[in-house]
Ligand binder design. Structure first.
Ligand code: AP5
Length: 227
C-alpha cells in the first residue's frame, strides 16, 4: 500500500511539473501586453502612435474607447461623459468590459497590445490580469504637472473640435485623480515598471521607449526558445 501511495505521489508531481512547464511555454509564446501609464498630457497617446508605427502593436486607449461610447449617443455614453467631464474615473466594469471586447476582437491578428491609460487604480490592474491576461511590462511616462497642463492647453487651443475635458478646471481634477492613485499602482508593479522622463523631446522619449520594448521582445523570444 505504501509503494502504491509513493507511485501516485510521484505521478502527481510529474503531472504538476508538466502543467507548469506548459503554462510557462504558453506565457512566453503569448504576444506582449504593455500598459502605458502617465498623467493627463504626459504624451501616452503620442508615444503609442509611434510604437504602433514601429512594432505594429494593437493600441487600445481606455479614453478613446470611452469617447467612442460617448459618441454613440447611448444612455450609458451620457453617463460616461458626465464622469469624464468631472475629471473622475469611470467605474471599472465599464472600462474593463470595453477593453476585454477590444482585446478579444484583435487577439488572432495582433502582434502585441498597448493598453494606454489603464490601470488607473490598483484594483483595475488586478482585475485586468485576472480577466484578460498578465501584463509583461508597464511603461510610465513621468512628467511635471506644469508641462502636462501646458501641453493639454496647447492641444485644446489648436484643436478644431476641443475635448470636453480639456479645460483648465477639468485638467486640475484629472491631475488630482491621477496623483491620488498612481503611486499605489507603481508600487504594486514595481518589478515590471520602467519609468521614462517624459519632460523631453518626443524623439528622445521614443528612443528610450524603443530600447525598453526591444529588451522585452528579446526576453520573450529567449523564454520561448528555452521552454
Ligand atoms: P484619457 O483619454 O486617457 O486622457 P488622459 O489620461 O487625461 O490623457 P490625454 O489623452 O489627455 O494625454 P496623453 O498622455 O495621451 O498625451 P498626448 O500624447 O495626447 O482619459 C480621459 C478620461 O477618461 C479620464 O479622465 C477618465 O475620466 C476616463 N478614463 C480613461 N481611462 C480610464 C480608466 N482606466 N478608468 C476609469 N476612467 C478612465 O499629448 C498631449 C499633447 O501634448 C498633444 O498635443 C501632444 O502633441 C503634446 N505632446 C506629447 N508629447 C510631447 C512632448 N514630449 N513634448 C511636447 N509636447 C508633447
Amino acid at each position: 500500500l505504501f509503494m502504491c501511495h509513493q507511485k501516485t505521489m510521484k505521478r502527481e508531481a510529474q503531472e504538476k511539473l508538466k502543467a507548469e512547464q506548459l503554462r510557462k511555454a504558453q506565457a512566453a509564446a503569448e504576444i506582449p501586453i504593455i500598459w502605458i501609464l502617465g498623467g493627463p498630457g504626459s504624451g501616452k497617446g503620442t508615444q503609442c502612435a509611434k510604437i504602433v508605427e514601429k512594432y505594429g502593436f494593437t493600441h487600445l486607449s481606455s479614453g478613446d474607447l470611452l469617447r467612442d461610447e460617448v459618441a454613440s449617443g447611448s444612455d450609458k455614453g451620457r453617463q460616461l461623459q458626465a464622469i469624464m467631464t468631472s475629471g473622475g474615473l469611470v467605474p471599472n466594469e465599464e472600462v474593463l468590459s470595453l477593453l476585454n471586447a477590444a482585446v478579444s476582437r484583435a487577439k488572432g491578428n495582433s502582434k502585441g497590445f498597448l493598453i494606454d491609460g489603464y490601470p488607473r487604480e490598483k484594483s483595475q490592474g488586478i482585475a485586468f490580469e485576472q480577466t484578460i491576461a498578465p501584463c509583461d511590462l508597464v511603461i510610465y511616462f513621468e512628467c511635471s504637472e506644469e508641462s502636462m497642463v501646458k501641453r493639454i492647453m496647447n492641444r485644446a487651443a489648436a484643436a478644431a473640435v476641443k475635448r470636453a475635458d480639456d479645460n483648465e478646471e477639468t485638467i486640475r481634477a484629472r491631475l488630482h485623480t491621477f496623483k491620488m492613485n498612481t503611486s499605489e499602482i507603481l508600487a504594486l508593479y514595481a518589478d515590471k515598471t520602467m519609468t521614462i522622463n517624459a519632460e523631453r523631446d518626443v524623439e528622445d522619449i521614443f528612443m528610450e521607449t524603443v530600447n525598453i520594448i526591444n529588451c522585452l521582445m528579446q526576453k520573450k523570444a529567449k523564454a520561448s526558445a528555452s521552454c
